[in-house]
Design a protein around this ligand. Structure first.
Ligand code: HEC
Ligand code: HEC
Ligand code: HEC
Length: 412
């Protein structure tokens, strides 16, 4: 779905072309090149391509449908095409979309477009992004964004949504914290829109402020808690491990899959190292859920015994008898926050249908987890998950066969 490499190539090709064409006005050209580079970089920070570019499709010419609890919405064509893109938009229209969720002609946008986060971006960066967008090749591709059923198809309802959930920018610095912390806070809360996936949602689909980044379920994947919490969050990760994960999709602790893999490929793997370090500093500073760690299910519990047998036959060859994996290739299950999450949908899904790790310029070979659903019953998957959640120092609730059955049904 995401085309980070293509995005970057197009960004540079266009900047080169621009400089060649504007050679006589060299001084202006250089100023403009700075703006264009900044604009391109803003598109990386905001992961525009991740949603607005379809798998195998032209850059920003419209994305894959997004399933929300309220219905389906499709990221539209935002190339400068006059008929089907945003070729008729003015800079003012664009600022309205990014800062207030109000597009051309006063059209209210749905928050599936992450404007509640982009609202924190300084106008200078939004304007640079606009300048860069003008250089993206126009593509004719008509997209009907609003496939929501009544009453959610009424855009005016978003005025009420904003009333409840929207806080206008700009970003407020915390003067008591370091520059690095503030930069990280800005990137996570602003353009990076990490909370869009990692924060639990209220009934209107807005972020629950006091459970910030404490984990949420989306489109069949669980985005885990990413605060500094020692048990469920990133408390046990070093800053270097967080940076490595965001840059390459692997760290000694986890290998990214699903939607996070796409975020890494199109966005975080292309961020500057200093920015990744700032993000790590900020995330680790957050207190998080501070949940009580449960007592592990006893090793002689029949489900643990059955799960241990499934593990030895199907998993240990890769993840190790002690659950310690193989650094950067196969994630450790011992001490893994992902394995001990409250919601087990992702875990069941990973075992049933396997998963392909992220590939990025910084770590091109993506390891893969094979699909094992064809040879394991729902009860066996539930047992082996219970086993890995309660072995080697891990502790988390048992997984029921019923919930595995639900996940399997959804995957069909
Ligand atoms: C999480 C997915 C997602 C990301 C990331 C995203 N968008 Fe969007 N965007 C959407 C959706 C969905 C819509 C349609 C909203 C609607 O119709 O109400 C949209 C609408 C828009 C529109 C309005 C277009 C129109 O014709 O009305 C603009 C402009 C836009 N996005 C620009 C951007 C830019 C620039 C970025 C990167 C900084 C970005 N988007 C990142 C999902 C996304
Ligand atoms: C489109 C949804 C989405 C967005 C946006 C997103 N994430 Fe994630 N993230 C996920 C999912 C899903 C996982 C779980 C991946 C897995 O199980 O392999 C994840 C996993 C992670 C992990 C690993 C946690 C662990 O315990 O294994 C980190 C760290 C992380 N994300 C950081 C971020 C940061 C920082 C941002 C913002 C720059 C971000 N994510 C934005 C969906 C998202
Ligand atoms: C052929 C090697 C192999 C086998 C066999 C295997 N795995 Fe994996 N597993 C992997 C790799 C590689 C990944 C990382 C893939 C990714 O996330 O992109 C992974 C990922 C996972 C994850 C996700 C961890 C995280 O941090 O998100 C879990 C959970 C998991 N495996 C459990 C199991 C269980 C349980 C079994 C046995 C039923 C098993 N695996 C068998 C190689 C294997």
């Amino acid at each position: 779905m995401r085309h980070g490499g293509l995005l970057r190539f197009a960004g540079w090709a266009v900047i080169g072309l621009f400089l060649a064409v504007s050679a006589p006005a060299r001084a202006d050209g250089l100023v403009q090149a700075d703006v264009l580079y900044n604009g391109y970089y803003q598109s990386v920070l905001g992961d525009c391509s991740g949603c607005h570019t379809k798998a195998g499709g032209a850059l920003l010419a419209g994305g894959d449908p997004i399933e929300t609890p309220f219905g389906t919405i499709v990221p539209p064509n935002i190339t400068p095409d006059v008929e089907t893109g945003i070729g008729r938009w003015s800079l003012e229209d664009f600022r309205g979309a990014m800062h207030r969720g109000i597009g051309r002609g006063g059209k209210r946008l749905y928050p599936a477009m992450p404007y509640p986060y982009y609202a924190l971006m300084p106008q200078r960066d939004v304007d640079a992004l606009w300048t860069w967008l003008q250089t993206v090749p126009p593509v004719s591709n008509a997209v009907e964004a609003n496939l929501l059923p009544f009453p959610f198809n009424e855009r005016e309802a978003m005025a009420g949504w904003n009333e409840i959930n929207f806080r206008p920018g700009p970003f407020q610095r915390d003067p008591d914290r370091s520059d690095q912390w503030n930069r990280g806070a800005y990137l996570v809360r602003g353009p990076g829109h990490c909370a869009a996936c990692h924060s639990p949602k209220n009934v209107t689909g807005g972020d629950v402020a006091d459970r910030y980044l404490q984990g949420a379920l989306l489109q069949g994947w669980f985005a885990p808690e990413i605060t500094g919490d020692a048990w469920r969050g990133l408390g046990g990760w070093s800053e270097e491990e967080i940076v490595a994960y965001l840059a390459t999709g692997t760290s000694g602790r986890a290998v990214a899959s699903g939607p996070m893999r796409e975020v890494i490929e199109a966005s975080t793997s292309k961020m500057k190292n200093d920015d990744l370090r700032a993000i790590a500093t900020y995330l680790k500073s957050l207190a998080g859920s501070d949940g009580a760690r449960p007592t592990p299910v006893a090793a002689d519990n029949p489900r643990m015994v059955a799960g241990g047998a499934v593990y030895r036959d199907n998993c240990a060859a890769c993840h190790g008898t002690d659950g310690d994996g193989a650094r950067n290739l196969i994630p450790a299950l011992a001490g893994s926050a992902a394995v001990q999450q409250e919601m087990t949908d992702t875990l069941a899904r990973v075992v049933i249908e396997g998963v392909q790790g992220a590939s990025s310029d910084k770590a091109p070979t993506a390891p893969a987890m094979p699909a094992l659903g064809w040879r394991l019953s729902d009860a066996e998957v539930a047992d082996v998950l219970t086993y890995i959640r309660n072995s080697w120092g891990n502790a988390a609730a048992e997984v029921e066969a019923r919930s595995v059955e639900d996940v399997r049904a959804k995957l069909k």
